[in-house]
Design a protein around this ligand. Structure first.
Ligand code: ZN
Length: 136
């Protein structure tokens, strides 16, 4: 069985951009929180979490958004980016029944293991050169 991976460039670019934006925003949130809390506090994680939950940040100096919402939006961006990446990878398995052949006489279709130069049409029993109509 042969495996063919086709990548959709637009989907990949979109996925990478979404991931990068999301990761950058998450990193910015954590960096801001990390630099604002005292790292000598006994429970760094909980104070980090408290800071993110309560603190807000100015976006473009007009919009104020809570850090926790910014984190959620960033995580959604990363998730969407991963989904876009996943969908841009189309994996085709060339298995035994992978080629759709068409008879030039009766126009019927049938599946075959591979594209054949000459074959007997299973519908009209003519010895023909089948046309490959679809590979997937
Ligand atoms: Zn035929």
């Amino acid at each position: 069985m042969r495996r063919i991976i086709r990548r959709k460039l637009s989907g990949q670019v979109l996925g990478v951009i979404l991931c990068l934006v999301g990761i950058a925003a998450l990193f910015a949130v954590f960096w801001k929180a990390w630099s604002s809390i005292s790292t000598s506090s006994p429970n760094v994680l909980s104070s980090l979490w408290t800071y993110i939950l309560n603190e807000q940040v100015d976006l473009f100096s007009t919009v104020t958004i809570k850090l926790v919402y910014l984190s959620i939006i960033s995580a959604i961006f990363v998730a969407l980016g991963l989904v876009a990446l996943a969908f841009s990878w189309q994996i085709f398995y060339l298995s035994g029944e992978s080629v759709l052949l068409q008879c030039p006489y009766c126009k019927n279709h049938w599946r075959a293991r591979r594209a054949e130069g000459w074959a007997e049409c299973p519908h009209c029993r003519q010895f023909i050169q089948p046309q490959v109509t679809k590979r997937n």
